[in-house]
Design a binder for this molecule. Structure first.
Ligand SMILES: Cc1cc2nc3c(=O)[nH]c(=O)nc-3n(C[C@H](O)[C@H](O)[C@H](O)COP(=O)(O)OP(=O)(O)OC[C@H]3O[C@@H](n4cnc5c(N)ncnc54)[C@H](O)[C@@H]3O)c2cc1C
Length: 384
């Protein structure tokens, strides 16, 4: 017998970093929430896997991100507490250093955020960098900006904690049940999966690399970028790269070319290029095999600046960025449907913001303006 579809205040499609965060924020506000994912997150098929993600307060990409990242720090700590995890189990402060030429985009960007928001930072020349971290070998003309609040988030554990928190607050989470389509329905939205249809007052589209397809109309200029993460065994042991002696570090190692490394938490030093990956229209087409040339390219780039990181490769995995043309987020209501919220906060730097993105999404779903400025993430800029 066909009954009325199950009805919720809000349905979240995609339960990775941002969908799970949105489910937490919505459920915390007392709303009835259903969430759907095509897999069982945390999994290794989207954008949120690979053990660690960098968080930094001195935001090179634009000072407008600073209020949002500060809120994210608070919310990660709150999640550690509410989920019964100890301090440092989701977010570990290691300090962070950005290294490059004084006139590079990265260095100018972090300095601008520091100045505009009065944030602490320390400028170091190449000798001072080597003196403090003998594992780093910057070129003579390079400088470093040290962010004492830089650190690392444990990605899969963060997603797990958000899903647990959402479920504890009453969200109904459906794994291995992809959303096939949605449609406006009276004042709300209907969502269709292989198991049936569901009704809601609003829907949040948070399907990461699959969001372009899920949004469908308008066709958004979101592209999927293949990114390889490689864990190197430090030559001569991991001591110098451990989290107590090594901050997370980003290098503009050549003009406009970026790479990052995260400390060794016992399983090697994770390194990767930031951007520079192959671009695709669809996540299904991304080559998931790590090639020898992927590892070799990274090894070549780090050999001069991190000579002690020349050990063997312990493992490697492919991940995906979902890029907008200007590399800022997309966080807005659908232009044709005010109760459809599109959450696409990636371009390779969105993880750290997850709980703050979740709050912004919950505000948008309620027709409210978030407490931090998200006007830079509007959809109109992406529509020709
Ligand atoms: C290698 C790498 C390094 C990065 N480093 C950093 C970093 O240091 N710091 C930082 O802040 N950010 C970083 N990022 C970016 C950050 O990880 C992403 O911004 C973030 O993970 C995006 O989360 P998401 O929820 O949008 O996507 P995902 O976590 O991929 O979630 C999308 C979910 O949607 C599901 N889905 C897909 N289709 C459907 C459907 N039809 N119905 C239901 N569910 C569906 C998928 O199964 C998936 O679980 C990095 C990304 C990569 C790839």
């Amino acid at each position: 017998m066909m009954g009325a579809p199950a009805a919720f205040d809000v349905i979240v499609a995609g339960l990775g970093a941002h969908g799970s965060a949105a489910a937490v924020s919505l459920a915390r506000r007392g709303l009835s929430v259903a969430g759907f994912d095509s897999g069982t997150p945390p999994h290794a098929l989207g954008s949120s896997h690979g053990e660690t993600r960098m968080i930094r307060e001195l935001y090179a990409e634009h000072p407008a991100y600073v209020p949002m990242v500060r809120q994210a720090y608070r919310l990660w700590r709150r999640l550690e507490e509410s989920s019964g995890r100890g301090r440092g189990e989701l977010l570990r402060i290691t300090g962070g250093v950005t290294i490059g030429r004084p006139d590079s985009g990265s260095i100018l960007g972090v300095r601008r955020s520091s100045q505009e928001h009065g944030l602490p930072m320390e400028m170091l020349d190449a000798d001072e960098i080597r003196g403090r971290w003998p594992q780093f070998e910057p070129q003579e003309e390079m400088v470093g900006v040290y962010d004492p609040n830089g650190g690392v988030l444990f990605g899969e554990e963060c997603v797990r904690a958000q899903l647990e928190e959402a479920a504890r607050r009453g969200a109904r989470l459906h794994f291995d049940e992809p959303v096939r389509r949605w449609q406006p329905d009276g004042g709300g939205v209907k969502v269709f999966t292989d198991s049936g249809e569901y009704a809601a007052g609003a829907v949040v589209l948070a399907a990461g690399a699959w969001n372009r397809r899920l949004v469908s109309e308008p066709d958004l200029p979101l592209r999927v970028e293949r990114q390889v993460q490689v864990w190197f065994e430090p030559a001569g042991g991991g001591g110098l790269f451990g989290p107590d002696r090594c901050p997370n570090h980003s290098w503009e190692w050549a003009p406009g070319r970026l790479l990052y490394c995260q400390p060794d938490f016992g399983r090697g030093v994770k390194a990767g290029f930031h951007h520079d990956g192959e671009m695709y229209d669809r996540p299904e087409d991304v080559d998931r095999e790590v090639r020898l040339s992927d590892e070799q390219d990274l090894r070549d780039a780090i050999s001069g600046i991190l000579p002690r990181l020349g050990g063997r490769v312990l493992r490697s995995i492919v991940c995906m960025y979902t890029d907008t043309p200007d590399e800022h987020f997309l966080l807005d209501v659908h232009p044709g449907h005010p109760n459809v919220i599109i959450s696409s906060a990636c371009s390779g730097h969105g993880f750290k913001f997850s709980p703050a993105v979740g709050e912004a999404v919950a505000d948008l779903a309620a027709g409210r303006t978030p407490p931090y400025d998200i006007s830079m993430f509007g959809i109109q800029r992406l529509l020709g």
